[in-house]
Ligand binder design. Structure first.
Ligand SMILES: *[C@@H]1O[C@H](CO)[C@@H](O)[C@H](O)[C@H]1NC(C)=O
Ligand SMILES: *[C@@H]1O[C@H](CO)[C@@H](O)[C@H](O)[C@H]1NC(C)=O
Ligand SMILES: *[C@@H]1O[C@H](CO)[C@@H](O)[C@H](O)[C@H]1NC(C)=O
Ligand SMILES: *[C@@H]1O[C@H](CO)[C@@H](O)[C@H](O)[C@H]1NC(C)=O
Ligand SMILES: *[C@@H]1O[C@H](CO)[C@@H](O)[C@H](O)[C@H]1NC(C)=O
Ligand SMILES: *[C@@H]1O[C@H](CO)[C@@H](O)[C@H](O)[C@H]1NC(C)=O
Ligand SMILES: *[C@@H]1O[C@H](CO)[C@@H](O)[C@H](O)[C@H]1NC(C)=O
Length: 923
């Protein structure tokens, strides 16, 4: 297991600029106004003064303080915090209680609405505990600024707000993005009217307000608009291009509207745009050359959308640009030399596109750069020797490209570097790695998965990096490394990846790394026992020891139970003896390919919410415990393959709603299938191979909407494969079905395959079946293909198999087989099929492997089959076929054993197939 380059999650702290000093006015407060304010103050409790604000369940470091504390009856209200008065009348015109820890409902009869003269109201960052926004705000006819953002309002935004036609600034950012509690609009009309009513509006922020409709073109007439922020509004349809062309607009954010399509317009000259942010949307198309008209642009963020084409070289004209993020799109081509003009650029991120060429040398003159991320592209060549010109660089990641050669020495001169990602490339020379100690600010270092071949690297090189948090050296053969080694590493170390490093002994230095939370020591040659101090590392949560030669555990495992471990991978070692109880809160427990013996302990049923349990290829005996029923509600993968488990598969799947893969193959299970399997709505893979299950075909499993793989091979299933009782046999997503080597009998009607939709329609979405959630776990599968059994570690949804071999099915091969256009493997061998080979087989243009051997098929091989160019392997031996073998090259390439045992088979091509010994072939 190796994690891909870790995304560094930054916790953004939102700073809330609270207006602490209200403008002082010379005259004193109107007593009425004072009393109203005091009343208003008393409508709320004060919560969390001077602390973090709990917003959307996220603690935000906002400077909040209790402004109403200064509100006392014996002082002048115009001098209270958050209050602005009109100098002449003494009426309150401004109220700013942002971040003031107010807690309670804002009621329609609140005294607030008696402050008729308010021109500015800011109640942001308080907690009005899901109360709706009162329509009474519309009474403030003079209101110019209204800020109700992130104050836990819920429900529809009252349409009456549209009466506030003097508004210049409106911020309704909802506290609860994507939740039923988020603010929403009642009808799409609201947004239309908003555009028409608020002709003076300069700033509009409705982020996280659920709009759920398209965005009206009327907005393009809001010529006063300076700032438009609509993040996460569930906008639909195509965004009107003209809105992006409003001449005075300075800032646009349409981020996180996944269903919002659109493209960039032809930008005009004389625009004011400073910030353009359209990320995590469905926007597509090119960056137009007219982007060069955005002369003032400082920030362009177009990541996580569907933009494509070459990155326009006219971007190089944006001389004020400091922030450029184009990651996770479909851009192609090279980075243009014009980028060398972006002298103010600090942030350059094009990761995860299809860019190619050498390292973009145009970046090397951009001395303000602090952040470069070009990961996951097709860049090649050597790393630039002059990289140290970028002396302010903090983040530099080139992962997952095809860079070759050595790490340039000048890289070690950039002492500001905190993150260096050179992983997943083809770098081969690491001789100068000792200089890494010059990078004394380095926190994250990823050198894994390159071609560093010789063992030149000593681990202590990295111990000088005292700020290191993440270190990944996987794939680098470490030299002179042994357990006596106990250098002091950075005490901050949290992630350590030393997979495939030729380590022989358990690294002793780990013992002192009190902050380690993730350790990967997989694919080494570590012998002996797992030390018990490991379980006492207080932060350890994921531990991968797979593919070593470990035999057991030193000392007691009692500390394991108190540990924070959620992922433990012990696969492919030599662990012996009874299975131990993993920590109660473990989510991934992988113990496959060892020699654990004895029963599956009942204590396993004490696990709180396991997600993946893999104990395959061990020596476990006895029954599958009934008590696992509880764990089934959280398990996504249960793999007990290849043990010696007996009894029947218990009826424990009532709550297995998230189970996606169940593999109990290669045991000695007997009896019938448990009825509760019908509850496994998420089941994609069911593998029961090589047991002694004695049941009829489970037609009733067609209630499983996601089943893609069904393997019943080598059991005692019996009865027909065709349900005569009326329930039609058609699993909508089934792609692999292997019922071979059972006792199925009967005939198949000619329309038998009519409803096998997944194998008849091509699926454009290619992915691996049983796609892992967050740990790279796949269920593997062994299937017959081209006459041999093949193990697949993981398989694409494209791969489709029908294997009915080794039963007693008789009658015609159904003509409807021709509908299975996506079929790759068809095996009907060793049955008693009669009749002709259906000519519709010629429709299966994806077929690679066809086995019809050992039947009683008569007639000729349909000549059209000769045109199936994908067909690599054919076996029709031991039938009663006659006539000529088709002309196609695929037929001529076969070994002559493919045709054996059909004395009536002859023809021109047979000579090519069997050469001069063809007489022998047909015996
Ligand atoms: C404030 O004090 C005045 C008298 O000084 C009193 O009439 C008024 O009711 C008080 N207001 C509140 C809200 O306590
Ligand atoms: C960097 O700047 C120098 C002079 O300012 C210029 O000669 C050189 O061509 C530039 N290099 C690149 C790669 O743009
Ligand atoms: C272990 O490492 C130390 C320090 O590098 C070295 O002196 C010693 O010879 C090594 N021992 C073995 C058995 O390799
Ligand atoms: C597995 O363990 C059992 C019992 O301890 C032992 O008899 C057997 O030889 C072991 N098998 C392997 C392959 O080590
Ligand atoms: C399957 O079970 C039936 C009874 O339910 C029994 O008659 C039959 O012999 C069993 N078949 C096998 C192969 O065990
Ligand atoms: C196919 O499915 C339809 C229902 O959608 C059913 O009426 C029909 O009998 C099925 N045909 C076969 C051959 O299973
Ligand atoms: C074979 O393909 C052709 C063209 O797609 C289609 O018309 C025909 O019905 C197919 N035959 C069968 C048996 O599905």
């Amino acid at each position: 297991m190796s994690f891909f380059f870790r995304t560094i999650v930054l916790l953004f702290s939102t700073s809330c600029f609270c207006n602490i000093f209200a403008s002082l006015t010379q005259d004193s407060c109107h007593p009425d106004q004072r009393d109203v304010l005091l009343e208003f103050k008393n409508e709320f409790k004060i919560r969390n003064p001077n602390g973090f604000l709990d917003i959307d369940g996220v603690l935000m470091d906002v400077t909040s303080y209790q402004k109403t504390k200064s509100w006392t009856n014996n002082s002048d209200c115009c001098y209270w915090d958050g209050i602005t008065c009109d100098t002449k009348s003494g009426t309150v015109t401004g109220l700013d209680l942002s971040c003031s820890c107010l807690h309670g409902r804002l009621e329609p009869n609140s005294s607030l609405f008696r402050l008729q003269h308010l021109q500015s109201v800011n109640l942001a960052y308080n907690n009005f505990i899901h109360s709706p926004i009162p329509a009474e705000f519309s009474k403030f006819m003079r209101l110019e600024r209204l800020n109700l953002s992130r104050s836990s309002f819920s429900g529809h935004i009252p349409i009456q707000l549209l009466h506030l036609t003097n508004l210049v600034s409106l911020d309704l950012t909802s506290s609860f993005p994507y939740s039923p509690s988020s603010l929403s609009i009642e009808k799409p009309l609201f947004v239309h009217l908003l555009a028409l009513n608020f002709m003076n509006l300069r700033e509009l922020d409705m982020s996280s307000v659920d709009i759920s409709s398209s965005f009206p073109n009327e907005f393009s007439y809001m010529w006063s608009l300076r700032s438009l922020t609509l993040k996460g509004c569930n906008l639909l349809g195509i965004f009107p291009k003209n809105v992006l062309l409003i001449p005075n607009l300075e800032s646009i954010s349409l981020d996180n509207n996944l269903n919002l399509g659109g493209s960039l317009p032809n930008f005009l000259k004389n625009n004011s745009l400073l910030k353009l942010s359209i990320y995590n949307t469905s926007f597509s198309g090119n960056i137009p050359d007219s982007i060069s008209n955005l002369k003032h642009l400082t920030s362009l963020k177009l990541q996580q959308s569907s933009f494509s084409g070459r990155i326009s070289s006219s971007l190089g004209n944006l001389s004020h640009l400091s922030y450029l993020v184009l990651s996770q799109n479909k851009f192609v081509g090279e980075i243009q030399s014009s980028f060398g003009n972006l002298k103010l650029l600090t942030h350059f991120d094009v990761c995860d596109n299809y860019l190619n060429g050498n390292f973009p040398s145009s970046l090397l003159n951009l001395t303000q750069l602090r952040y470069i991320n070009i990961c996951s592209n097709h860049f090649t060549g050597f790393l630039p020797a002059t990289i140290s010109q970028l002396s302010k660089l903090e983040f530099f990641s080139l992962c997952d490209n095809s860079f070759i050669g050595s790490i340039p020495s000048s890289l070690f001169k950039i002492s500001s570097l905190t993150t260096l990602g050179l992983n997943y490339n083809q770098l081969s020379d690491i001789t100068n790695i000792r200089n890494i100690s010059l990078l004394h600010n380095l926190q994250r270092l990823f050198l894994d998965n390159n071609n560093f071949k010789v063992s030149q690297v000593e681990l202590d090189v990295f111990s000088s990096l005292k700020r290191l948090v993440s270190l990944s050296l996987s794939g680098i053969p470490l030299s002179t490394y042994n357990t006596t080694y106990d250098a002091e590493f950075s005490s901050h170390l949290e992630y350590l990846e030393l997979s495939s490093c030729n380590i022989i002994d358990f690294p002793e230095f780990i013992r002192n790394q009190r902050n380690l939370s993730s350790i990967d020591l997989s694919n080494n040659k570590i012998k002996g026992q797992v030390p018990d101090w490991l379980w006492r590392l207080p932060e350890l949560s994921t531990l991968d020891l797979s593919n070593n030669s470990l035999i057991g555990f030193k000392g007691s495992l009692k500390d394991l139970n108190g540990s924070k471990i959620v992922m433990l991978d012990l696969s492919s070692n030599a662990f012996q003896g009874p299975l131990f109880m993993p920590p109660r809160f473990i989510r991934y427990f992988l113990g496959a390919d060892n020699n654990f013996t004895g029963d599956i302990p009942q204590s396993i049923c004490g696990l709180a919410n396991p997600l993946i349990l893999d104990l395959s290829n061990n020596n476990l005996h006895g029954l599958i415990p009934w008590c696992l029923e509880t764990q089934m509600s959280s398990l996504s993968v249960l793999n007990l393959r290849n043990n010696s488990l007996n009894g029947s598969l218990p009826n424990i799947f009532m709550n297995a709603k998230v189970l996606s893969s169940l593999d109990v193959s290669h045991n000695t299970l007997e009896g019938k299938l448990p009825a509760s399997l019908t509850s496994c709505f998420a089941l994609e893979i069911l593998n029961l191979e090589s047991n002694k299950i004695n049941d009829t075909f489970p037609f009733w499993l067609n209630s499983l909407p996601r089943l893609q793989v069904l393997v019943l091979r080598y059991n005692n299933f019996h009865g027909t494969l065709h349900n005569v009782d009326g329930i039609w046999f058609g699993f909508p997503l089934l792609r692999i079905i292997d019922v071979s080597h059972n006792d199925f009998v009967g005939t198949l009607p000619s329309d038998y395959f009519m409803n096998w939709t997944a194998i008849s329609k091509s699926d454009t979405e290619l992915h691996y079946i049983g796609d892992p959630k967050d740990y790279g776990y796949y269920t593997s599968l062994v299937l017959m293909n081209k006459g041999v059994s093949m193990e697949m570690q993981r398989f694409l949804t494209k791969y489709t198999v029908i294997d009915f071999a080794g039963n007693q099915i008789r009658g015609q091969i159904p003509e409807s087989v021709g509908i299975l256009k996506e079929l790759h493997v068809l095996n009907l061998s060793s049955n008693t099929f009669t009749g002709h080979i259906p000519s519709s087989l010629a429709n299966l243009t994806n077929l690679e492997s066809l086995d019809l051997s050992q039947n009683k098929i008569t007639g000729e091989i349909p000549p059209d089959l000769g045109s199936l160019s994908s067909l690599e392997w054919i076996n029709v031996s031991h039938n009663h076929l006659v006539g000529s073998i088709p002309q196609g090259t695929q037929f001529q390439r076969q070994d002559c054993s493919s045709y054996k045992g059909n004395p009536g088979l002859y023809g021109p091509s047979l000579k090519d197939v069997c050469g001069y010994i063809h007489a022998h072939c047909l015996i």
